[in-house]
Design a protein around this ligand. Structure first.
Ligand code: FMN
Length: 218
């Protein structure tokens, strides 16, 4: 097999298409525009996990990123669920400013969001937790997310311990260390790949309760 060398990586590029993003066609509300693109991604079989987004947080000026799943989007913002003791949650406690990125490469699109994350209410987390499959609920109890783990066996035995405590079919309560965050956006940028690297970039910035729309250089 040919070596995957420096030049091979440097020469990886593709041409982008004709379909564009124009000021006359976009929604004046970025949440509606986002919903429309999320729908396109979700309905297109070449996009895997259309609701996967990269969440970046900052600790001591050091950014770090990981993928989480979008579970709701409303005028208030973008919701995901996680362990409240995890590294990302600790980071948010210290610095609420976060970035979200939806990389829909097969559609030559990305959406970049800047905003602030805050915990949603216990009632809202309870409501979502109740809809999860039993095995995922047990997983939430078993994982001390982001903490060191001595072996996979330790994780599996913790899972079995909670599976025995809350057998399938019984009501599994939400662990208090597990719940949702809402990211309230202040900036939402839509990127559409175009020919000759003349990509479309449209950024919505929140000023008061209004969204200002600005095209920016690619
Ligand atoms: C496709 C995908 C979806 C994921 N969804 C979630 C999620 O919704 N919530 C979550 O806590 N972790 C999710 N993860 C795992 C995170 O990326 C991460 O490993 C974990 O949350 C621990 O991150 P932290 O140590 O930075 O807190 C997902 C990973 C992938 C690859």
């Amino acid at each position: 097999m040919a070596e995957f060398d420096k030049d091979t990586i440097a020469n990886m590029r593709r041409s982008y298409g004709e379909s564009g993003l124009s000021e006359s066609e976009i929604d004046s509300n970025p949440i509606q525009q986002f919903r429309s693109w999320l729908k396109d991604a979700a309905e297109n079989p070449i996009v895997i996990e259309a609701n996967a987004m990269v969440l970046s947080t900052v600790v001591d000026s050091q950014p770090t990123s990981r993928t989480v799943l979008l579970k709701d989007v409303t005028e208030a913002g973008f919701t995901f669920f996680t362990n409240y003791n995890s590294a990302k949650s600790t980071a948010i406690t210290g610095n609420e400013k976060v970035s979200l990125l939806f990389p829909w490469y097969p559609l030559e699109r990305q959406v970049k969001i800047l905003g602030s994350a805050s915990k949603i209410s216990d009632a809202e987390s309870d409501a979502y937790f109740a809809t999860r499959p039993w095995s995922s609920k047990i997983g939430a109890w078993a994982s001390d997310q982001s903490a060191p783990l001595s072996s996979r066996t330790e994780l599996e035995s913790k899972w079995s311990e909670f599976a025995a405590k809350y057998p399938e079919g019984s009501e599994v309560p939400r662990p208090s260390h597990w719940g949702g965050f809402l990211v309230t956006p202040i900036s939402i940028e839509f990127w559409q790949g175009r020919y000759s690297r003349l990509h479309d970039r449209i950024r919505y910035t929140k000023t008061g309760s209004e969204w200002k729309i600005q095209r920016i250089y690619p």
